[in-house]
Design a protein around this ligand. Structure first.
Ligand code: ZN
Length: 420
């Protein structure tokens, strides 16, 4: 046999394995997204033969990932088909969300339902790896789930991630030298399952796409407005992070070339003009200039007490200084968002983060400004919404992302450990 024939044969074996993995993933995901489905419908939706569907679902049944329901005789049309659904406790996934001085861990079943959660304070970044491992241990113990049914861990990190190398490149929240070592610690303790990291805003957007305000849309912009302004981009159902993982840095897009100097040293960045601290600074300036405002009555002389809630309360009372500032901020926000809309033509734009505290007044102003400045076309019309996942958004996104990673590209991995 010639060398080329040998390598062709090898190639064919690899491709067959990939086809099997792909088919397995497709069937699993069809069951997941349909809730309850028959083998016949799986065959017609997937285009696979009934024999292939039967073989794959038999495998999933044996692995305990799906279950049969709805057998019996129908009075009208003979035998009811046996229906299949995901077995919620077939496997469990752990989502972790790390913030500046706290972190939380959530355990999910295969239906993305929360089984248990824990919030912990983060005092010493040095101990974060050990702390997370202890928290994961106690969640598993207290939930009474078989440890071998944990299918993976996904950690949401507030920073720029090198996805290929799975290390954090930069974070304004965590010291760089700590980041990689704590991830390695978790990986070493769970070598038999996937332990992955991803940017926290991306995971938030992923949760919005699957369970929240952007449900059913594959092209989404998620704008996270806190002390900084970040953005997660979802294109065709996949996170877009750019060549080096820094796509979505809209906080440093210029929205006024003559604007104030930003911490990145450029002028008029979106973040320098419309982040939460920028809004608070505008209110403080108004007070220092002697403007009459309800904010002053609410906080007395302590300007440090001004926060987003105080500003919202003043807005509710239609305080003139506050309305003036928020009208301007919502215009700047609309300009920043509209630039990205023009670039990407998303189906959904979601605003998350602390800025949501400003409430509907702000959101309505952003939308009316976008309507005014957007390209006047039916195709470009879009309504910006607030996030509607009230809690554990990053963790929910982490669990779903992990599930998709495991079942779409690494279906063999989960099967390996489930068989072990
Ligand atoms: Zn900047």
């Amino acid at each position: 046999m010639s060398m080329s024939k040998q390598s062709n044969k090898k190639k064919q074996v690899i491709n067959l394995k990939n086809v099997k993995e792909y088919n397995y993933s497709l069937i699993f995901n069809l069951i997941y997204s349909n809730g309850v489905i028959s083998r016949a419908d799986l065959a017609s939706l997937s285009g696979m033969s009934p024999t292939t569907v039967s073989a794959l679902t038999a495998e999933m049944l044996e692995e305990g990932l799906i279950e049969e329901i709805g057998t019996g005789i129908s009075a009208t049309s003979g035998r009811k088909p046996i229906l299949l659904q995901i077995k919620p406790d077939g496997a469990f996934l752990l989502g972790v969300d790390i913030k500046e001085n706290k972190y939380s861990c959530c355990l999910f079943n295969l239906k993305n339902e929360i089984i248990a959660s824990k919030h912990e304070k983060l005092t010493e970044h040095q101990d974060i790896g050990k702390d997370i491992l202890n928290t994961i241990d106690s969640i598993i113990l207290e939930s009474y789930i078989p440890r071998e049914r944990l299918a993976g861990i996904c950690i949401g990190i507030p920073g720029i991630i090198d996805l290929k190398r799975q290390v954090m490149i930069k974070s304004t929240v965590m010291p760089e030298n700590i980041s990689s070592s704590f991830i390695d610690q978790v990986k070493k303790a769970y070598t038999h399952i996937p332990v992955i990291i991803q940017n926290a805003s991306c995971l938030y957007a992923y949760a919005e796409m699957h369970f929240g305000a952007a449900k059913g849309t594959g092209n989404q912009l998620f704008i996270d407005i806190n002390s900084g302004i970040g953005c997660a981009i979802i294109i065709n159902g996949t996170m877009y992070t750019g060549a080096n993982g820094i796509a979505g840095e809209i906080g440093h897009m210029t929205i006024d070339i003559n604007g104030p100097v930003c911490k990145c040293s450029n002028k008029g960045c979106f973040e320098a003009m419309a982040s939460v601290p920028a809004i608070i600074q505008r209110v403080i300036q108004g007070i220092l200039l002697g403007r009459k405002t309800l904010v002053r009555d609410m906080i007395g002389d302590d300007l440090r007490k001004i926060n987003i809630n105080v500003i919202r309360d003043a807005l509710t009372e239609r305080d003139s200084l506050t309305c003036e500032i928020i009208d301007d901020i919502s215009y700047l926000t609309a300009v920043g968002i509209n630039n990205v809309i023009n670039l990407l033509n998303p189906q959904a734009v979601i605003i998350g983060g602390e800025i949501q505290g400003l409430g509907e007044y702000f959101l309505e102003k952003v939308n009316s400004n976008i309507e005014k400045i957007s390209l006047n076309s039916e195709l470009s019309k879009i309504k910006v919404s607030f996030s509607n996942i009230k809690e554990y958004a990053v963790e929910k996104g982490a669990a779903k992302y992990l599930l998709d990673q495991v079942f779409f590209s690494k279906s063999e991995t989960i099967k390996m450990f489930l068989e072990a």
